[in-house]
Design a protein. Structure first.
Length: 80
C-alpha cells in the first residue's frame, strides 16, 4: 500500500482537499463525494493538483480548504 498524498480537486466550482494514493484515486473520491450530495459530475471536469503542504492531514474524506488548514494547525499544535 502506498502512502496517502494530498490533492486539490476542483469540479463545478467546488474545491476540496482529498487524500489518496494517486491523482486518479483522488479524482474518483471527489466524483463519489459530489455525486453523494446531488451533483452530476463528469470525470473530465474534475481537475486534480498535488498539494504537498496538506500531506499530514491523512483523512479519508473530501474536506474544504478551510477545514484542511484547521486540521493542519491542530496537528502542528499537538506536535503529531
Amino acid at each position: 500500500m502506498r502512502a496517502l498524498k494530498a490533492f486539490l480537486t476542483d469540479t463545478m466550482g467546488v474545491r476540496s482537499i482529498v487524500c489518496a494514493e494517486t491523482a486518479s484515486k483522488a479524482r474518483y473520491k471527489m466524483y463519489l463525494a459530489a455525486k453523494d450530495v446531488g451533483y452530476k459530475p463528469q470525470f473530465k471536469n474534475i481537475h486534480v493538483k498535488r498539494v504537498k503542504e496538506f500531506d499530514d492531514i491523512r483523512t479519508e474524506k473530501c474536506v474544504s480548504i478551510e477545514h484542511a488548514k484547521g486540521l493542519l494547525d491542530d496537528i502542528k499544535k499537538l506536535g503529531i
